[in-house]
Design a binder for this molecule. Structure first.
Ligand SMILES: [Zn+2]
Length: 118
């Protein structure tokens, strides 16, 4: 409890990390407030349209996708919700030293309450 980093602290930690500079830029832009960006700091849930993020970073969407996956694998992002029906993917901002405490990640709303089998 209370180990979740604030957005500001998370961004500073990202800057001080050993992530490639392109990934740092993508994460920094992702965490800014602006049009088309969603931040619920209390829940630590964050989303932005990928095409918008690509434009902000001046790279292709495929590059953004690769960088987000790299950040996730390195422990700097945790996928909370897949993007359904045109919705954006929602991420938790985490650090390798303080992983997310969320117990509701990657829940498919269409299958909620179902799928207790095996
Ligand atoms: Zn979650």
């Amino acid at each position: 409890m209370g180990s979740e980093k604030t957005r500001q602290e998370w961004r500073r930690a990202v800057q001080q990390s050993l992530l490639p500079s392109g990934v740092k830029l993508t994460l920094t832009k992702h965490s800014e407030s602006g049009h088309g960006q969603y931040h619920d700091d209390a829940m630590n849930e964050h989303a932005i349209k990928r095409d918008r993020l690509a434009k902000l970073c001046g790279v292709f969407e495929s590059t953004v996708r690769r960088q987000m996956r790299r950040a996730e694998n390195a422990g700097w992002l945790k996928l909370h919700r897949y993007g359904f029906n045109g919705q954006q993917q929602v991420y938790h901002y985490v650090t390798p030293s303080s992983p997310s405490t969320c117990t509701d990640c990657r829940t498919d709303p269409r299958r909620k309450g179902a799928g207790k089998e095996a």
